[in-house]
Design a protein around this ligand. Structure first.
Ligand code: URA
Length: 248
């Protein structure tokens, strides 16, 4: 099969052959000898179909189909986190013009940033990677630099650390709030509920006026200029995946 990626699923032995550059027979052997897991489960049937978003590992190391690209993008404000929209400009519209159109139209978002938020957004053409990094049972730490108006409650840091109840009955996982001064700080959290940081700061008495993501797992925005992208190396992707640890 020439393009396992372009289908919704592929036979496991074909997937392995395509991803690892080995024969299907060798792929079958790896499965039968118990070297292969799919989404964390030991695989036993080489002809079973695996979905496009399955996470396949051989001896505990991820194997990905060739052609995977993972980008870090410095999102400017004013663009929504979607790949297409009838009315609003999306982050795809904000990407540099010189990115290959064939890649651009395949890109998926790893999580979201609000329209008014800025900073680090990861994009990839690998659905399995998106699934792995955004699965609610896998907690990738992400850090935001924040500015807020208003005065936070005195025990804001402790409340965030304890697991903050916010609106609509949601209770956040324990997170870390570092207060730099009366209106600035950093929040590191391990989940990504809708408008979560803004809702957390609201529950503490403030209103977020600037939200800027500076890291996602081990990947940091650094001095990447706004509107620019950087392609992650395979080594960086491996560290990113390693940060997506299953919840305790
Ligand atoms: N939390 C928010 O409130 N907004 C974002 O864009 C990301 C996290």
């Amino acid at each position: 099969m020439d393009s396992a990626r372009s289908r919704d699923s592929a036979r496991l032995d074909r997937f392995l052959a395509h991803a690892m550059g080995i024969s299907r027979t060798d792929g079958q052997r790896l499965v039968r000898r118990g070297h292969v897991t799919v989404d964390g489960e030991l695989a036993s049937n080489p002809s079973a179909h695996v979905s496009k978003t399955a996470f396949v590992e051989v001896n505990g190391k991820e194997v990905a189909l060739p052609g995977r690209t993972v980008l870090v993008f410095h999102k400017p404000a004013g663009f929504i986190s979607a790949t297409r929209d009838e009315r609003e400009r999306t982050v795809i519209d904000a990407l540099p013009r010189d990115l290959a159109p064939a890649l651009t139209c395949e890109l998926l978002l790893v999580g979201r940033l609000d329209k008014d938020a800025t900073g680090l957004l990861i994009l990839t053409n690998d659905g399995a990677l998106v699934h792995r990094l955004t699965h609610p049972k896998r907690h990738v730490p992400r850090t935001y630099a924040l500015t807020w108006e208003g005065t936070l409650v005195p025990d804001a840091v402790a409340r965030v650390q304890a697991g903050l109840p916010i609106d609509e009955g949601d209770v956040c996982l324990p997170a870390e709030l570092v207060i730099d001064d009366a209106n600035h700080g950093h929040m590191t959290m391990h989940q990504g509920m809708f408008h979560q940081v803004k809702r957390m700061i609201a529950a503490l008495g403030g209103v977020v006026t600037r939200l800027h993501r500076i890291s996602f797992g081990p990947i940091v925005l650094g001095d990447l200029p706004q509107g620019a992208v950087r392609i992650l190396t395979e080594a960086e992707v491996a560290t990113l995946l390693a940060s997506a640890v299953p919840a305790a």
